[in-house]
Design a protein around this ligand. Structure first.
Ligand code: GLU
Length: 508
């Protein structure tokens, strides 16, 4: 059975690239009828940010990216927070195993001693400034201290770390679905810390142990983890787990809209778009990092857009809802080239999805957007009518407030160009129409249209002669949805009032 996991670290708001990683895992799991785990990798307490875990859960829930087990959901492989796993001593036996088999060792160097080593190497113009097979000989560790001395130091409570014994000059190769065979030389790698001086494992150790214990079959994650993978492969080997090692899938980078450089918050700010799923209030600086949700994006549009950032269905299909994506998704069509974040495309998807939603579905978002725009909310049936008329004319829900203010108040001004074309005849015809409207007992678009037709026949005039002045009177503009639909929604009283005001104020 396919088992995948999303394993974010709660170090701040989840970047949109992380959302794409979660989405690809989700699509793959759903397609394969597999399991999808949410694991929180919070062993780096120095970088822990309160609220980040809740933010991750809220973002993924908004997008409908659901887990079969994990933090928030529970399951039989828990706990799913690595800090809790460390607390119950889950990693200890694995570290002991590595030490007793000679794959890992103790090191007692103080931060000052480590700095001094790096400085010295810098002075020697060495390009490797790291703790490795060469430099470890000059440091305080299991290689340079006697077993008795190592024991004595541990017994006396001296702080220590456990490091990986990275072999010298060995080629480590592994298969990656996106990049085929990837090879690193161990000389590029250092003796990574596996257990920190506070006794807590680092990302690398906890990640490998947990993927093994949770029987993860596919590790689908961002390209930035590619360089850590040889270490992970060596850990699988050291534990004797190579046979069940997961398949690696490293996703391409997300690039700026211009294709230059990694997509970053700074670029997003500069170009005026979010790079986070939902708003994040940074407690330290009190700055709000804008999110796609609050910027008015439809979650289904964002999902469709993200799915295509690094993957394609192999044909020219573009608009795919979640079920279609689940059906078509495949790991072998993930590309290795960086994917440009094309904002225009996202906005296009947003427009498409907005039209697919029913007015009822759009109602809650619309209320929020209108309230934010300072508009006093009309009742729900009115709003639903308005959404039905305007849905095809906007890209964002917030545009209901700006594109059609006449639904919320009578025109403040009349379009100048149109007002100039207003003649004595316009006034006469519009007054006649208002008169024909007055006795109507029923008020809907069909009846209004019929009444209007009667007027045209009686007066022998073209439709534009009456329609344009009516539209100007009701909306102040020259374009928009059907004018009889607008009048029907506004109601008789409001329609007649607006006609009267226009007749009184537009000069002939
Ligand atoms: N905790 C890592 C992160 O924050 C997970 C990387 C992985 O999926 O292995 O992205």
């Amino acid at each position: 059975m396919v088992v995948v996991r999303f394993a974010p670290s709660p170090t701040g708001p989840l970047h949109i690239g992380g959302v794409r990683t979660a989405l690809y895992n989700y699509l793959f799991a759903r397609q394969q009828n597999g399991r999808f785990i949410l694991r929180i990798e919070d062993t780096d307490r120095a970088r822990f940010v309160p609220g980040a875990e809740e933010y991750i859960l809220e973002s993924l829930e908004w997008l409908g990216i659901n887990f079969t087990e994990g933090v928030g959901t529970g399951g039989e492989n828990g706990p799913y927070r690595q800090s809790e796993r460390a607390e119950i001593g889950l990693y200890k036996q694995f570290v002991d195993q590595l030490i007793s088999s000679g794959k890992a060792y103790y090191a007692f160097d103080t931060p000052e001693e480590l700095d001094a080593m790096r400085e010295e190497l810098k002075d020697e113009h060495s390009d490797v400034q790291q703790y490795n097979h060469a430099t470890r000989q000059g440091m305080k560790n299991s290689f340079t201290l006697s077993p008795e001395e190592v024991n004595r130091r541990i017994q006396s409570g001296e702080p220590y770390v456990v490091r990986m014994d990275m072999p010298a000059d060995e080629e480590v190769s592994f298969q990656d679905v996106v990049r085929d065979t990837v090879t690193f030389n161990t000389n590029q790698l250092d003796d990574k810390v596996l257990i920190k001086s506070d006794g807590i494992p680092t990302y690398h150790l906890a990640n490998v142990v947990d993927d093994h214990l949770m029987a993860v079959t596919h590790v689908i994650r961002g390209e930035e983890w590619l360089s850590s993978t040889p270490l992970h492969v060596l850990l699988y080997r050291a534990f004797g787990w190579e046979d069940t090692m997961p398949v690696f899938v490293h996703l391409p980078l997300l690039l700026n809209p211009n294709g230059k450089g990694k997509l970053s918050k700074r670029n997003g700010d500069k170009m005026g778009f979010p790079v986070f799923p939902v708003d994040w209030n940074d407690a330290e600086t009190n700055v709000v990092f804008p999110g796609f949700r609050e910027a008015g994006y439809d979650p289904a549009a964002l999902i469709n857009f993200l799915a295509l950032l690094g993957w394609n269905p192999g044909n020219d299909e573009e608009v795919m809802d979640i079920n279609r994506l689940i059906e078509l998704f495949s790991l072998d069509r993930i590309g290795s080239a960086g994917a440009k974040f094309d904002l225009e495309k996202l906005n296009w998807f947003n427009e498409i999805y907005l039209r697919k939603r029913s007015p009822e579905e759009l109602l809650p978002q619309t209320k929020i957007a209108l309230t934010q725009a300072g508009i006093t909310l009309p009742d729900d049936p009115f709003l639903i009518g308005m959404i039905g008329l305007m849905r095809e004319r906007v890209k964002f829900v917030r545009e209901f407030a700006t594109e059609a203010p006449y639904f919320f108040h009578s025109p403040i001004a009349y379009d100048e160009k149109m007002a100039k074309k207003w003649t004595a005849e316009s006034a006469v015809l519009l007054a006649a129409l208002a008169e024909k409207f007055e006795p109507l007992a029923e008020w809907n678009a069909e009846i209004l249209h019929h009444t209007f037709q009667e007027l045209l026949t009686a007066r022998e005039v073209g439709a534009g002669k009456v329609m344009t002045p009516l539209r100007l009177a009701l909306t102040g503009t020259s374009s928009g949805p059907g004018v009889f639909e607008i009048a029907a929604l506004l109601g008789k009283e409001e329609t007649q009032k607006r006609i009267k005001t226009a007749l009184e104020t537009i000069p002939v």
